[in-house]
Design a protein around this ligand. Structure first.
Ligand SMILES: [Zn+2]
Length: 335
């Protein structure tokens, strides 16, 4: 199977519908908020593409003009993209020459926060005149990765926008933003895609139909997140019973974060079943009738604690073994 992650993706129908709705409203600063995986970044990009496009319609950018092309190749003089360096690199946006040199020269690691230096460049950008004469745009994603200094610098620019500049902030955790930033923006809550649309979009990314169903379930209905489950989709339905049997081999190629996330979801579904609710991440038929209430609650608490340190495990294999024996205990507990 081709890797669905590297394939260029056409704008998903739920993103297109939201682009159309937002373009119909006036506003120089938008805050797109909602849980991860619903397409905040894609919607933000569709908006700035339309704002800067030479032939934009009510539906959005034309996709063919030199402005659209410049955005597609991530080199538009009137677009400033403000992201943590790790996200810039993952999404193929160029870093400033200085930042790239420092990282290449191993002077420091790529930053997981939006750096003060990048914010300074953005403030300067906002004060310059538009290169192509169609105004300018600043895209901030994920906006919650601004610290208090960068957020305050952005706030000044939002309060006194110099000239023709529009902002779009996209966030998975808008509650972490300064209230003053939130109040300066028009808010938009991301809409959940219809499951049928999400499934056909996943298939459009090269995912086989039966895998798409598993991946969408595993992600809790979030299509962009679902793509990350492609390598483990085949194992997902088998996971609950493997945990009951204490079989650690299913996690062979999984990262620690994927492992803890999967166990969290399994625990959630088993607790849901005990309350008489429908499972969300696994098919009911794949879940064993197992686990005592107390044991499952304790397990959930312990997993939440593990989640906080999961990026720095001392030894991935040992960590997974410990997690699996904990899972097995909880699944086979009587109370
Ligand atoms: Zn265009």
């Amino acid at each position: 199977m081709s890797d669905p992650l590297v394939k260029a993706s056409p704008v998903a129908p739920w993103i297109a519908a939201q682009t159309h709705a937002l373009l119909a409203q006036r506003g120089h600063a938008w805050l797109l908020a909602g849980p991860s995986g619903l397409g905040q970044y894609e919607l933000a990009l569709a908006l700035v593409r339309a704002w800067l496009c030479d032939h934009a319609t009510a539906q959005g950018a034309c996709g063919h003009c030199s402005s659209c092309h410049a955005i597609d190749v991530h080199a538009h003089a009137d677009l400033c993209v403000l992201m943590p360096e790790t996200v810039m690199l993952a999404l193929n946006w160029p870093l400033s020459e200085k930042a790239q040199d420092e990282i290449d020269g191993k002077k420091r690691k790529a930053s997981k926060e939006i750096r003060v230096e990048a914010m300074r460049d953005a403030v300067e950008f906002a004060q310059r005149t538009s290169a192509r004469g169609r105004g300018k745009a600043v895209l901030v994603f994920p906006a919650e990765r601004m610290n208090v200094y960068t957020a305050n610098a952005l706030l000044k620019t939002l309060e006194e926008p110099a000239g023709d500049v529009k902002f779009v902030l996209a966030s998975d955790a808008a509650h972490q933003l300064l209230p003053t930033i939130r109040s300066r923006c028009l808010g938009h809550t991301m809409t959940w895609p219809d499951p049928a649309d999400a499934l056909s979009w996943l298939q459009g990314q090269g995912v086989p139909a039966n895998q798409a169903v598993v991946m969408l379930r595993a992600s809790g209905g979030r299509p962009q997140d679902a793509l990350q489950f492609a390598p483990i989709a085949g194992l997902w339905p088998r996971l609950p019973r493997a945990m009951q049997a204490g079989d650690v081999s299913v996690f062979k190629d999984w990262t620690p974060a994927q492992t803890v996330d999967a166990l969290h979801k399994l625990c959630h579904d088993l607790l849901a079943l005990r309350c008489g609710a429908a499972p969300r991440f696994f098919e009911a038929a794949d879940l064993p009738k197992a686990g005592g209430w107390q044991a499952l609650s304790d397990w959930a608490k312990s997993l939440s604690e593990t989640m906080r340190t999961v990026e720095h495990p001392f030894n991935v294999g040992l960590m997974q073994e410990a997690l699996v024996s904990q899972a097995q205990l909880a699944l086979n507990a009587k109370t």
